[in-house]
Design a protein around this ligand. Sequence first.
Ligand code: SAH
Ligand code: SF4
Length: 399
Amino acid sequence: MAQSLDIAHKPSSTAPDAGAAPARVNLLGLSRAQLADALADMGVAPREIKMRVTQLWNGIYTRGLTDFAEMTTLSKDARAKFGQSFTLARPEIVTEQKSVDGTRKWLLRLASDKPGVPGPEVEAVYIPEEGRGTLCISSQVGCTLTCSFCHTGTQKLVRNLTPGEIVGQLLVARDALGEWPNSGRNSDDRLVTNIVMMGMGEPLYNFDNVRDALDIVSDGEGLSLSKRRITLSTSGVVPEIIRAGDEIGSMLAISLHGVTDATRDKLVPLNKKYPIAELLEACRNYPGLSNARRITFEYVMLKGVNDSLEDAKSLVRLLKGIPAKINLIPFNPWPGSPYECSDWATIEKFADVVNRAGYASPVRTPRGRDIMAACGQLKSETVKARASDRFKQVPAETN
Ligand code: SAH
Ligand code: SF4
Protein backbone atom coordinates (compact mmCIF):
# COMPACT_ATOMS: atom_id res chain seq x y z
CA MET A 1 0.00 0.00 0.00
CA ALA A 2 1.12 3.48 -0.70
CA GLN A 3 2.39 5.39 2.24
CA SER A 4 2.33 8.93 1.14
CA LEU A 5 2.72 12.16 2.88
CA ASP A 6 2.17 15.59 1.55
CA ILE A 7 4.40 18.27 2.86
CA ALA A 8 3.31 21.85 2.67
CA HIS A 9 6.25 23.71 1.25
CA LYS A 10 7.82 26.38 3.34
CA PRO A 11 9.26 28.89 0.91
CA SER A 12 12.82 29.89 1.71
CA SER A 13 13.42 33.49 2.60
CA THR A 14 15.20 33.89 -0.73
CA ALA A 15 12.29 32.79 -2.92
CA PRO A 16 11.64 35.37 -5.65
CA ASP A 17 9.13 38.01 -4.57
CA ALA A 18 6.09 38.01 -6.79
CA GLY A 19 5.87 41.35 -8.54
CA ALA A 20 8.91 42.78 -6.76
CA ALA A 21 11.19 44.83 -8.94
CA PRO A 22 13.86 44.27 -10.17
CA ALA A 23 14.14 40.44 -10.28
CA ARG A 24 17.01 39.06 -8.27
CA VAL A 25 19.54 36.87 -10.07
CA ASN A 26 19.47 33.22 -9.00
CA LEU A 27 23.03 32.10 -8.33
CA LEU A 28 22.31 28.35 -8.34
CA GLY A 29 23.92 26.59 -11.24
CA LEU A 30 26.31 29.41 -12.16
CA SER A 31 29.92 28.39 -12.81
CA ARG A 32 32.64 30.15 -10.82
CA ALA A 33 33.28 32.42 -13.83
CA GLN A 34 29.58 33.29 -14.08
CA LEU A 35 29.44 33.96 -10.34
CA ALA A 36 32.40 36.30 -10.72
CA ASP A 37 30.57 38.13 -13.53
CA ALA A 38 27.42 38.43 -11.42
CA LEU A 39 29.45 39.92 -8.59
CA ALA A 40 31.24 42.32 -10.92
CA ASP A 41 27.86 43.41 -12.36
CA MET A 42 26.61 44.33 -8.90
CA GLY A 43 29.71 46.39 -8.24
CA VAL A 44 31.88 44.10 -6.07
CA ALA A 45 35.47 45.38 -6.21
CA PRO A 46 37.67 43.31 -8.56
CA ARG A 47 40.16 42.48 -5.78
CA GLU A 48 37.37 40.97 -3.66
CA ILE A 49 35.72 38.86 -6.33
CA LYS A 50 37.80 35.69 -6.10
CA MET A 51 37.38 35.45 -2.35
CA ARG A 52 33.64 36.11 -2.52
CA VAL A 53 33.17 33.45 -5.19
CA THR A 54 34.93 30.90 -2.95
CA GLN A 55 32.79 31.90 0.02
CA LEU A 56 29.57 31.69 -1.96
CA TRP A 57 30.52 28.34 -3.51
CA ASN A 58 31.26 26.92 -0.09
CA GLY A 59 28.05 28.27 1.38
CA ILE A 60 25.87 26.97 -1.45
CA TYR A 61 27.43 23.62 -2.31
CA THR A 62 29.38 22.49 0.76
CA ARG A 63 27.08 23.80 3.48
CA GLY A 64 23.81 23.74 1.54
CA LEU A 65 22.75 27.20 2.71
CA THR A 66 19.72 28.87 1.20
CA ASP A 67 20.03 32.25 2.83
CA PHE A 68 22.88 34.74 2.54
CA ALA A 69 22.26 35.75 6.15
CA GLU A 70 23.65 32.36 7.21
CA MET A 71 26.87 32.81 5.26
CA THR A 72 28.90 33.93 8.20
CA THR A 73 32.17 33.91 6.26
CA LEU A 74 30.83 36.88 4.28
CA SER A 75 31.03 40.34 5.80
CA LYS A 76 27.76 41.66 7.21
CA ASP A 77 27.66 44.24 4.47
CA ALA A 78 28.14 41.61 1.73
CA ARG A 79 25.40 39.41 3.23
CA ALA A 80 22.91 42.26 3.10
CA LYS A 81 23.87 43.37 -0.41
CA PHE A 82 23.82 39.85 -1.83
CA GLY A 83 20.42 39.28 -0.30
CA GLN A 84 19.10 42.32 -2.16
CA SER A 85 20.56 41.40 -5.56
CA PHE A 86 20.61 37.61 -5.61
CA THR A 87 18.59 34.56 -4.65
CA LEU A 88 19.47 30.92 -4.01
CA ALA A 89 15.93 29.67 -4.67
CA ARG A 90 15.72 25.93 -5.25
CA PRO A 91 12.91 24.10 -7.03
CA GLU A 92 9.99 24.05 -4.63
CA ILE A 93 8.79 20.76 -3.12
CA VAL A 94 5.10 20.42 -3.90
CA THR A 95 4.70 16.93 -2.46
CA GLU A 96 6.89 14.20 -1.11
CA GLN A 97 5.90 10.55 -1.18
CA LYS A 98 7.59 7.67 0.58
CA SER A 99 7.34 4.10 -0.62
CA VAL A 100 7.19 1.14 1.74
CA ASP A 101 10.58 0.15 0.27
CA GLY A 102 12.16 3.47 1.28
CA THR A 103 12.04 5.07 -2.17
CA ARG A 104 11.16 8.76 -1.99
CA LYS A 105 9.65 10.80 -4.76
CA TRP A 106 9.44 14.55 -4.87
CA LEU A 107 7.18 16.55 -7.12
CA LEU A 108 9.06 19.80 -7.71
CA ARG A 109 7.83 23.10 -9.06
CA LEU A 110 10.33 25.08 -11.11
CA ALA A 111 10.44 28.85 -11.36
CA SER A 112 7.55 30.36 -13.25
CA ASP A 113 8.15 31.36 -16.86
CA LYS A 114 5.28 33.87 -16.98
CA PRO A 115 4.04 36.14 -14.21
CA GLY A 116 0.90 34.71 -12.64
CA VAL A 117 1.38 31.26 -14.19
CA PRO A 118 2.74 28.54 -11.86
CA GLY A 119 6.07 27.10 -12.94
CA PRO A 120 6.27 23.69 -14.62
CA GLU A 121 6.80 20.58 -12.53
CA VAL A 122 9.26 17.71 -12.64
CA GLU A 123 10.00 14.79 -10.38
CA ALA A 124 13.08 13.46 -8.69
CA VAL A 125 13.30 10.05 -7.07
CA TYR A 126 15.65 8.76 -4.37
CA ILE A 127 16.27 5.03 -4.22
CA PRO A 128 18.15 3.77 -1.15
CA GLU A 129 19.91 0.43 -1.50
CA GLU A 130 22.41 -1.53 0.54
CA GLY A 131 25.56 0.60 0.65
CA ARG A 132 24.39 3.22 -1.81
CA GLY A 133 21.66 5.69 -2.58
CA THR A 134 20.73 6.76 -6.09
CA LEU A 135 19.03 9.99 -7.04
CA CYS A 136 17.24 10.00 -10.37
CA ILE A 137 16.94 13.49 -11.82
CA SER A 138 15.21 15.11 -14.76
CA SER A 139 16.73 17.17 -17.56
CA GLN A 140 13.63 18.43 -19.38
CA VAL A 141 9.95 19.03 -18.69
CA GLY A 142 8.47 16.57 -21.17
CA CYS A 143 10.45 15.22 -24.12
CA THR A 144 10.67 15.88 -27.85
CA LEU A 145 11.02 12.16 -28.53
CA THR A 146 8.09 9.79 -28.61
CA CYS A 147 9.25 6.37 -27.47
CA SER A 148 6.09 4.29 -27.64
CA PHE A 149 6.55 2.51 -24.26
CA CYS A 150 7.37 5.66 -22.29
CA HIS A 151 4.73 7.84 -20.73
CA THR A 152 6.92 10.93 -20.88
CA GLY A 153 6.95 10.40 -24.63
CA THR A 154 3.27 11.38 -24.65
CA GLN A 155 4.08 14.74 -23.09
CA LYS A 156 5.35 17.46 -25.40
CA LEU A 157 8.52 19.27 -24.44
CA VAL A 158 7.60 22.20 -22.22
CA ARG A 159 11.16 23.39 -21.74
CA ASN A 160 14.73 22.49 -20.90
CA LEU A 161 15.84 22.67 -17.28
CA THR A 162 18.50 25.23 -16.43
CA PRO A 163 21.76 24.11 -14.78
CA GLY A 164 20.43 25.56 -11.51
CA GLU A 165 17.26 23.47 -11.77
CA ILE A 166 19.25 20.31 -12.49
CA VAL A 167 21.69 20.86 -9.60
CA GLY A 168 18.72 22.10 -7.55
CA GLN A 169 17.18 18.61 -7.60
CA LEU A 170 20.22 17.28 -5.74
CA LEU A 171 20.18 20.19 -3.30
CA VAL A 172 16.49 19.64 -2.55
CA ALA A 173 17.05 15.90 -2.06
CA ARG A 174 19.90 16.60 0.35
CA ASP A 175 17.70 19.09 2.22
CA ALA A 176 14.91 16.53 2.53
CA LEU A 177 17.26 13.71 3.50
CA GLY A 178 19.12 15.91 6.00
CA GLU A 179 22.46 15.42 4.31
CA TRP A 180 24.26 18.70 4.93
CA PRO A 181 27.21 19.03 7.34
CA ASN A 182 25.13 20.77 10.00
CA SER A 183 22.76 17.79 10.20
CA GLY A 184 25.08 16.00 12.62
CA ARG A 185 25.51 13.10 10.21
CA ASN A 186 28.91 11.56 9.59
CA SER A 187 30.00 13.04 6.27
CA ASP A 188 31.63 9.74 5.19
CA ASP A 189 28.25 8.12 5.37
CA ARG A 190 26.63 9.62 2.30
CA LEU A 191 22.99 9.14 1.45
CA VAL A 192 23.11 10.23 -2.21
CA THR A 193 26.10 8.29 -3.56
CA ASN A 194 25.03 8.06 -7.21
CA ILE A 195 23.13 10.12 -9.72
CA VAL A 196 21.28 8.88 -12.78
CA MET A 197 20.06 11.27 -15.47
CA MET A 198 17.04 9.06 -16.06
CA GLY A 199 14.22 11.34 -15.06
CA MET A 200 12.08 13.19 -17.55
CA GLY A 201 13.61 14.20 -20.85
CA GLU A 202 16.50 13.43 -23.14
CA PRO A 203 19.63 14.81 -21.45
CA LEU A 204 21.64 15.02 -24.68
CA TYR A 205 19.02 17.40 -26.12
CA ASN A 206 19.79 19.74 -23.23
CA PHE A 207 23.49 19.17 -23.57
CA ASP A 208 25.06 22.41 -22.33
CA ASN A 209 22.86 22.74 -19.27
CA VAL A 210 23.34 19.09 -18.29
CA ARG A 211 27.11 19.39 -18.78
CA ASP A 212 27.32 22.58 -16.72
CA ALA A 213 25.14 21.12 -13.96
CA LEU A 214 27.17 17.91 -13.75
CA ASP A 215 30.38 19.95 -13.55
CA ILE A 216 28.99 21.55 -10.42
CA VAL A 217 27.72 18.26 -8.99
CA SER A 218 31.16 16.67 -9.44
CA ASP A 219 33.18 19.69 -8.29
CA GLY A 220 35.59 18.52 -5.62
CA GLU A 221 35.09 21.62 -3.53
CA GLY A 222 31.35 21.26 -3.23
CA LEU A 223 28.99 18.37 -3.84
CA SER A 224 31.92 16.16 -4.85
CA LEU A 225 30.10 13.33 -6.57
CA SER A 226 32.59 11.71 -8.90
CA LYS A 227 31.61 11.48 -12.60
CA ARG A 228 32.04 7.72 -12.25
CA ARG A 229 29.03 7.78 -9.98
CA ILE A 230 26.95 9.77 -12.43
CA THR A 231 25.20 7.94 -15.27
CA LEU A 232 23.62 9.73 -18.19
CA SER A 233 20.98 7.78 -20.06
CA THR A 234 20.26 8.55 -23.72
CA SER A 235 17.83 7.18 -26.24
CA GLY A 236 20.71 7.36 -28.74
CA VAL A 237 21.51 10.88 -29.92
CA VAL A 238 24.54 9.67 -31.85
CA PRO A 239 26.28 12.99 -32.65
CA GLU A 240 26.16 14.01 -29.00
CA ILE A 241 27.42 10.72 -27.57
CA ILE A 242 31.09 11.25 -28.36
CA ARG A 243 30.79 14.88 -27.32
CA ALA A 244 29.33 13.69 -24.03
CA GLY A 245 32.36 11.47 -23.52
CA ASP A 246 34.70 14.38 -24.16
CA GLU A 247 32.83 17.19 -22.41
CA ILE A 248 30.80 15.47 -19.68
CA GLY A 249 32.79 12.33 -18.92
CA SER A 250 30.07 10.60 -16.93
CA MET A 251 29.11 6.96 -17.23
CA LEU A 252 26.80 6.26 -20.15
CA ALA A 253 23.58 4.26 -20.43
CA ILE A 254 21.93 3.56 -23.77
CA SER A 255 18.21 2.88 -24.08
CA LEU A 256 18.54 0.10 -26.64
CA HIS A 257 15.31 -1.89 -26.16
CA GLY A 258 15.37 -3.50 -29.62
CA VAL A 259 17.90 -5.55 -31.58
CA THR A 260 16.61 -4.98 -35.11
CA ASP A 261 16.03 -1.61 -36.73
CA ALA A 262 12.45 -2.63 -37.55
CA THR A 263 11.61 -3.19 -33.87
CA ARG A 264 13.67 -0.33 -32.50
CA ASP A 265 12.12 2.09 -35.06
CA LYS A 266 8.77 1.36 -33.39
CA LEU A 267 9.98 1.58 -29.80
CA VAL A 268 12.47 4.43 -30.06
CA PRO A 269 11.55 6.40 -33.20
CA LEU A 270 14.88 8.27 -33.02
CA ASN A 271 16.29 5.00 -34.37
CA LYS A 272 15.07 6.03 -37.85
CA LYS A 273 17.55 8.88 -37.70
CA TYR A 274 20.36 7.05 -35.89
CA PRO A 275 20.01 3.31 -36.54
CA ILE A 276 21.46 0.58 -34.34
CA ALA A 277 24.72 0.15 -36.28
CA GLU A 278 25.54 3.87 -35.99
CA LEU A 279 24.56 3.93 -32.35
CA LEU A 280 26.79 1.01 -31.46
CA GLU A 281 29.65 2.50 -33.47
CA ALA A 282 29.37 5.66 -31.35
CA CYS A 283 29.39 3.46 -28.24
CA ARG A 284 32.54 1.67 -29.39
CA ASN A 285 34.19 5.08 -29.74
CA TYR A 286 33.02 6.38 -26.35
CA PRO A 287 36.20 7.61 -24.67
CA GLY A 288 37.68 5.82 -21.69
CA LEU A 289 35.84 2.49 -21.93
CA SER A 290 37.32 -0.51 -20.16
CA ASN A 291 36.05 -3.49 -18.22
CA ALA A 292 35.96 -1.28 -15.16
CA ARG A 293 34.16 1.46 -17.06
CA ARG A 294 31.38 -0.06 -19.11
CA ILE A 295 28.35 1.23 -20.96
CA THR A 296 25.00 0.13 -19.55
CA PHE A 297 22.49 -1.05 -22.16
CA GLU A 298 18.92 -0.71 -20.99
CA TYR A 299 16.42 -3.18 -22.37
CA VAL A 300 12.78 -2.93 -21.40
CA MET A 301 11.01 -6.30 -21.52
CA LEU A 302 7.86 -6.05 -23.66
CA LYS A 303 5.68 -9.10 -24.09
CA GLY A 304 5.84 -10.53 -27.60
CA VAL A 305 7.70 -7.49 -28.92
CA ASN A 306 11.39 -7.82 -28.05
CA ASP A 307 11.58 -10.72 -25.59
CA SER A 308 12.27 -13.86 -27.67
CA LEU A 309 15.33 -16.07 -27.23
CA GLU A 310 16.35 -15.01 -30.72
CA ASP A 311 16.29 -11.39 -29.52
CA ALA A 312 18.46 -12.32 -26.52
CA LYS A 313 21.02 -14.01 -28.76
CA SER A 314 21.06 -11.05 -31.16
CA LEU A 315 21.56 -8.71 -28.22
CA VAL A 316 24.64 -10.59 -27.11
CA ARG A 317 25.96 -10.70 -30.68
CA LEU A 318 25.40 -6.96 -31.20
CA LEU A 319 27.26 -5.95 -28.06
CA LYS A 320 30.28 -8.12 -28.74
CA GLY A 321 33.47 -6.13 -28.25
CA ILE A 322 31.85 -3.30 -26.30
CA PRO A 323 32.60 -3.21 -22.55
CA ALA A 324 28.95 -3.47 -21.56
CA LYS A 325 26.48 -4.16 -18.80
CA ILE A 326 22.94 -5.14 -19.64
CA ASN A 327 19.98 -4.01 -17.60
CA LEU A 328 16.75 -5.84 -18.24
CA ILE A 329 13.89 -3.65 -17.08
CA PRO A 330 10.43 -5.12 -16.50
CA PHE A 331 8.06 -2.82 -18.40
CA ASN A 332 6.06 -0.57 -16.11
CA PRO A 333 2.64 -0.05 -17.62
CA TRP A 334 0.85 3.27 -17.53
CA PRO A 335 -2.78 4.11 -18.27
CA GLY A 336 -3.41 3.42 -21.94
CA SER A 337 0.06 1.99 -22.63
CA PRO A 338 0.09 -0.19 -25.73
CA TYR A 339 2.34 -2.90 -24.23
CA GLU A 340 2.44 -5.49 -21.51
CA CYS A 341 5.39 -6.60 -19.45
CA SER A 342 6.92 -9.93 -20.49
CA ASP A 343 6.07 -12.93 -18.31
CA TRP A 344 8.51 -13.58 -15.52
CA ALA A 345 9.51 -16.97 -16.99
CA THR A 346 10.29 -15.30 -20.32
CA ILE A 347 12.41 -12.65 -18.61
CA GLU A 348 14.32 -15.38 -16.78
CA LYS A 349 15.02 -17.30 -20.00
CA PHE A 350 16.13 -14.10 -21.71
CA ALA A 351 18.38 -13.29 -18.74
CA ASP A 352 19.89 -16.81 -18.88
CA VAL A 353 21.11 -16.25 -22.44
CA VAL A 354 22.58 -12.92 -21.46
CA ASN A 355 24.19 -14.37 -18.31
CA ARG A 356 25.69 -17.28 -20.19
CA ALA A 357 27.35 -14.77 -22.52
CA GLY A 358 29.17 -13.40 -19.48
CA TYR A 359 26.99 -10.44 -18.56
CA ALA A 360 25.86 -10.19 -15.00
CA SER A 361 22.47 -8.81 -15.94
CA PRO A 362 20.40 -8.29 -12.88
CA VAL A 363 16.75 -7.80 -13.60
CA ARG A 364 16.01 -4.77 -11.51
CA THR A 365 13.20 -5.14 -9.05
CA PRO A 366 11.10 -2.07 -9.73
CA ARG A 367 11.36 0.29 -6.79
CA GLY A 368 8.70 2.58 -5.46
CA ARG A 369 5.90 1.08 -7.53
CA ASP A 370 3.38 1.93 -4.81
CA ILE A 371 4.09 5.62 -5.25
CA MET A 372 4.37 5.50 -9.08
CA ALA A 373 8.09 6.15 -8.90
CA ALA A 374 9.18 3.11 -10.90
CA CYS A 375 10.42 3.22 -14.49
CA GLY A 376 7.84 4.84 -16.70
CA GLN A 377 5.66 5.97 -13.85
CA LEU A 378 6.81 9.46 -12.98
CA LYS A 379 4.09 11.96 -13.42
CA SER A 380 4.30 15.52 -14.51
CA GLU A 381 1.33 17.44 -13.25
CA THR A 382 2.14 20.19 -15.73
CA VAL A 383 0.03 18.65 -18.43
CA LYS A 384 -2.48 16.79 -16.36
CA ALA A 385 -4.74 16.29 -19.33
CA ARG A 386 -2.08 14.27 -21.08
CA ALA A 387 -0.78 13.11 -17.70
CA SER A 388 2.63 11.96 -18.55
CA ASP A 389 3.62 9.28 -16.13
CA ARG A 390 7.25 8.67 -16.06
CA PHE A 391 9.64 6.11 -15.03
CA LYS A 392 12.79 5.75 -13.31
CA GLN A 393 15.38 3.13 -13.59
CA VAL A 394 18.70 2.53 -12.04
CA PRO A 395 21.48 0.81 -13.89
CA ALA A 396 23.39 -2.12 -12.49
CA GLU A 397 26.38 -1.21 -10.36
CA THR A 398 27.34 2.28 -11.46
CA ASN A 399 29.86 2.86 -8.72
N1 SAH B 1 15.51 10.02 -22.29
C1 SAH B 1 16.53 9.21 -21.75
C2 SAH B 1 16.55 9.19 -20.25
C3 SAH B 1 15.25 9.03 -19.54
S1 SAH B 1 14.42 7.50 -19.77
C4 SAH B 1 16.45 7.81 -22.30
O1 SAH B 1 15.48 7.51 -22.99
O2 SAH B 1 17.38 7.05 -22.08
C5 SAH B 1 15.23 6.41 -18.59
C6 SAH B 1 14.99 4.91 -18.88
O3 SAH B 1 13.65 4.50 -18.52
C7 SAH B 1 15.16 4.62 -20.34
O4 SAH B 1 15.92 3.45 -20.54
C8 SAH B 1 13.75 4.42 -20.77
O5 SAH B 1 13.71 3.68 -21.95
C9 SAH B 1 13.15 3.71 -19.57
N2 SAH B 1 11.67 3.70 -19.56
C10 SAH B 1 10.83 4.64 -20.03
N3 SAH B 1 9.54 4.26 -19.86
C11 SAH B 1 9.57 3.06 -19.26
C12 SAH B 1 8.56 2.15 -18.82
N4 SAH B 1 7.27 2.44 -18.95
N5 SAH B 1 8.93 0.99 -18.23
C13 SAH B 1 10.25 0.72 -18.06
N6 SAH B 1 11.25 1.53 -18.45
C14 SAH B 1 10.92 2.69 -19.06
FE1 SF4 C 1 12.07 10.72 -24.03
FE2 SF4 C 1 13.64 8.82 -22.87
FE3 SF4 C 1 10.94 8.68 -22.72
FE4 SF4 C 1 12.14 8.25 -25.06
S1 SF4 C 1 12.37 7.00 -23.17
S2 SF4 C 1 10.30 9.52 -24.74
S3 SF4 C 1 13.84 9.71 -24.96
S4 SF4 C 1 12.26 10.28 -21.84
